[in-house]
Design a protein around this ligand. Structure first.
Ligand code: GSH
Length: 288
């Protein structure tokens, strides 16, 4: 094996105190900033359904639209929803209305107006999935052992995917320079995560066992998209993701579900390759 890169080989020495004097560079330089709170006034639109989703068709956003489509497919008409697009590339997550819904300025955010006197805001995709599962008593096993298994894998996703996206994806695809140390560190971690999934799925049909649940809905959009080469061009080959055959069996099984196919089309911009994507969703007919 060649020598590891020497960490001393850099011309950057961190000062005693970091200050925000220049853009960080890379794909998200225009929206990255070290302070929270709104940058501008902007009320959010409101539709007619109790559930108002403010999101975008990224893996984190798609988790929620898949969940809502699954609930509708199960016959829960109370899961009808309006899905509004928040353009994070344009900084819409920093508008005052969105920040009031999610002080962390990240999609997805849900406003549940089922009780009009007490509208409830929910942010963090895992919390939204759990809120909807509890509200409709669906897609989360009731038996304590299976419920805990589903929640363990849900929390695994919430803790692990930032290494896949914010770590590996950022340094492999988006950073303005290729840093071997950073790419190696996150490639190693991401392959380990796929191996975790592969070993588990070798003897479990779904993440929580025999039943499809919010754990699958949380994990599929990230780990499916990267393994199928739909995120970070070249990454699936670079990471050798074809080798995880049990993960691919599970990815295909979920991809065949009509609700997954519907949910992944929402809050995305149609293109020549995928003309059936929709920016906003207000009725089931928008997807039919
Ligand atoms: N842990 C959060 C992560 C949400 C997140 O990172 N959303 C991204 C899009 S996938 C976002 O809104 N980024 C905008 C920004 O960072 O300003 C969740 O699961 O809801």
């Amino acid at each position: 094996m060649p020598d590891a890169p020497n960490p001393a080989d850099t011309d950057y020495t961190p000062p005693d105190v970091w200050t925000w004097t220049k853009p960080s560079g890379g794909k998200f330089a225009s929206i990255n900033r070290p302070i929270a709170g709104p940058t501008h006034d902007r009320e959010l639109p409101l539709g007619k359904h109790p559930l108002q989703l403010y999101s975008l068709g990224t893996p984190n956003g798609v988790k929620v639209t898949i969940m809502l489509e699954e609930l509708l497919a199960l016959g829960h008409s109370g899961a009808e929803y309006d899905a509004w697009a928040i353009d994070i590339g344009e900084g819409e997550q920093f508008g005052s209305g969105f920040v009031a819904l999610n002080p962390n300025s990240k999609i997805p955010a849900l406003l549940d107006r089922s009780d009009p006197a007490n509208p409830q805001r929910i942010f963090e995709s895992g919390a939204i999935l759990l809120h909807l599962a509890d509200k409709f008593d669906a897609l989360l096993p009731a038996a304590p052992v299976a419920r805990t298994a589903a929640l363990s894998w849900l929390m695994w996703q919430m803790g692990s995917a930032p290494f896949l996206g914010g770590g590996f994806g950022h340094f492999y695809a988006y950073a303005p320079l290729k840093i071997e140390y950073a790419i190696d560190r996150y490639a190693m971690e991401v392959k380990r995560q796929y191996d975790v999934l592969d070993r588990h799925l070798a003897d479990h049909e779904y993440m929580a066992g025999a039943d499809y649940s919010i754990a699958d809905i949380a994990i599929w959009p990230w780990y499916g998209a990267v393994a199928l080469g739909q995120a970070y061009p070249g990454a699936a080959k670079f990471l050798g993701l074809d080798e995880y055959s049990h993960v691919h069996r599970w990815i295909a099984q979920l991809a065949a579900r009509p609700a997954v196919q519907r949910g992944r089309r929402v809050n995305r911009t149609p293109s020549e390759a995928e003309p059936d994507l929709i920016r906003e969703r207000h009725t089931a007919a928008d997807l039919d």
